[in-house]
Design a protein around this ligand. Structure first.
Ligand code: SAH
Ligand code: SF4
Ligand code: F3S
Length: 501
């Protein structure tokens, strides 16, 4: 035990989806408020936290490996606090202590508000601490839902990854129970956040300089908040948020195909602040596989939805997720996914090899019988088809000018350093295309017209438009700061990412 009130240096590693990125940001914000400073190495930290993901086995194993590497550090410095937060904490609970006995803290995603107190308790000598939410079968829906608390404290601009963009949670949990998916177990029942809280948070963010808000939910377009006679849908919420002066761009992820209703597509079409970009995962192109996945729609339904988007917003970009090698997937069934990618010409697809998740219906009902090498081959094949489409799609944009929200230095500028106030910058268009260009650092956070002169598989290259009477600008601009999915995923062309917040 130390005499000091609190340790002061914090190291955090985050894997998983945007929901986890946001959770980490909020935990960091809270701990900073209590006097912690972020450091970039576990060895320099008093508290070492991992915010974890359970969506695939690989994501979990990665965390256990990282914990394994800390064993010696903890032996030499027992006063350092090691914590496992997030979805794997909820999924494995005490098992985390069994596999890594030197872990001090296990906190599920519905209990994150307790992190500072728990750290203090450990620090005061109380020993290992664990706070998780109720198991989905451990009580009535109300009780279980109550045990998953949405964690949305206020943050200040310097605590966000970019002062110009922010995630805002509008929904927690999921009730869809797709047979392969662990999310309903680890994130609990679907619950909508009250619209007035969401709007107030967005206003606060905008008053601090935020220009783009990305609304988060596992099935974000299923959002529905009922208060008395009044029901607020996502389309209503977008309209309310659009009225905030100074907010320039609005996005939302991830959409569930069956809930892609006309009112929502119309809202995206008619509200100029909404991105012309929709992430609506199909998961498979085969009806039989979709049935085994219990996705709740047929490929005919998906096609019909996709056609409605195309008809109402002809220039919209649509992206998808696919799982290859799901239980019993035959070659013919896999080829139907290839056909769907060709037919829908997704802007991008995130492709995952099926990973059996203990505790899901899929694991209980079907054997994981597609061999690993077949999964890998299908993954590569689908990725190759998607990549060719990405490239063709980007080529079509050469010579055009787009408004780009400049997010910061490009990856290359960050890696190699930039000299002086100019260098390679990066941003996104309203259609979620990444644009890289040379510019002055004062452009960061601005919306700037950029003319495209080249494209690689996943990036557009352009130059800032300087002439006063410029070319026609495709000015519906929007950006999406990260990939929509997991840090450990095989994303079409986007490298695996592990984010320290
Ligand atoms: N709520 C979102 C996705 C959440 S998980 C939705 O419904 O679309 C993100 C993606 O991970 C899923 O779209 C799916 O493609 C993939 N995924 C989920 N469980 C998986 C598993 N067991 N194995 C492989 N990929 C999985
Ligand atoms: Fe998982 Fe399906 Fe819910 Fe998405 S909709 S989080 S894939 S159960
Ligand atoms: Fe949790 Fe997101 Fe992973 S909800 S299981 S961190 S994909």
């Amino acid at each position: 035990m130390r005499n000091q009130a609190m340790p002061k240096h914090l190291y955090i590693e985050t894997v998983g989806c945007q929901m986890n990125m946001l959770d980490s940001e909020l935990v960091v914000a809270e701990l900073r408020r209590r006097g912690y400073e972020l450091v970039d190495r576990p060895a320099a930290a008093d508290a070492i936290l991992f915010n974890t993901c359970s969506v695939r086995e690989h994501a979990e194993e990665k965390i256990y490996s990282a914990l394994g590497r800390l064993k010696h550090l903890k032996r030499r410095h027992p006063e350092k606090i090691i914590g496992v937060l997030g979805c794997m904490a909820q999924n494995h609970q005490r098992q985390v202590f069994e596999r890594a006995p030197y872990v001090d803290l296990v906190v599920g995603p519905g209990q994150l508000h307790q992190v500072p107190e728990l750290i203090e308790r450990i620090h005061a000598g109380a020993g290992q601490q664990m706070e998780v939410s109720l198991d989905r079968k451990a009580g009535g829906r109300e009780a279980v839902a109550e045990s998953f608390e949405s964690y949305d404290p206020l943050r200040t601009p310097e605590m966000r990854p970019s002062p110009y963009q922010a995630y805002v949670r509008i929904q927690i949990g999921c009730d869809k129970f797709c047979t392969y998916c662990i999310v309903p177990k680890v994130r609990g029942p679907e619950q909508a956040r009250p619209p007035q809280h969401i709007v107030a948070e967005a206003r606060q963010l905008v008053s601090e300089g935020c220009r783009e808000v990305i609304l988060l939910g596992q099935t974000v377009n299923s959002y529905r908040f009922v208060a008395g006679e009044r029901t607020t849908r996502l389309s209503d919420l977008l309209a309310q948020l659009s009225e905030i002066d100074g907010l320039d761009r609005l996005k939302f992820v991830t959409n569930y195909p069956r809930d892609m209703t006309d009112d929502l597509i119309q809202a995206v079409r008619d509200l100029p602040k909404c991105a012309r970009y929709l992430h609506v995962p199909a998961q498979s192109g085969s009806d039989d596989v979709l049935k085994r996945m219990k996705r709740g729609y047929t490929i005919g339904d998906y096609r019909e939805m996709h056609a409605r988007i195309r008809q109402m917003i002809p220039d919209a970009t649509v992206t998808s997720d696919f799982i290859v090698g799901f239980c019993g997937e035959t070659e013919e069934e896999f080829q139907l996914s290839v056909d769907l990618v060709r037919e829908c010409r997704f802007k991008n697809s995130f492709i995952f090899k099926y990973s059996e998740r203990p505790g899901t219906k899929g694991a209980e009902l079907y054997p994981d019988d597609v061999p690993e090498d077949v999964k890998r081959r299908r993954n590569n094949e689908l990725l190759a088809v998607q990549n060719a489409i990405c490239e063709e799609d980007l080529q079509l944009r050469l010579g055009r000018t787009f408004d780009v929200l400049v997010e910061g230095w490009s990856k290359s500028a960050q890696k190699h350093g930039h000299h002086g106030p100019s260098g390679q910058l990066t941003g996104r268009t309203m259609w979620d295309h990444i644009v890289v260009f040379e510019g002055n650092e004062r452009l960061i956070g601005q919306i700037v017209p950029i003319t495209i002169y080249d494209a690689s598989a996943h990036t557009l290259f352009g130059t800032v438009v300087t002439n006063e009477v410029g070319p026609e600008v495709y000015s519906l601009s929007a950006s999406w700061p990260t990939t929509p999915q997991q840090a450990d995923c095989n994303v079409a062309g986007i490298p695996a990412r592990s984010t320290g917040v």
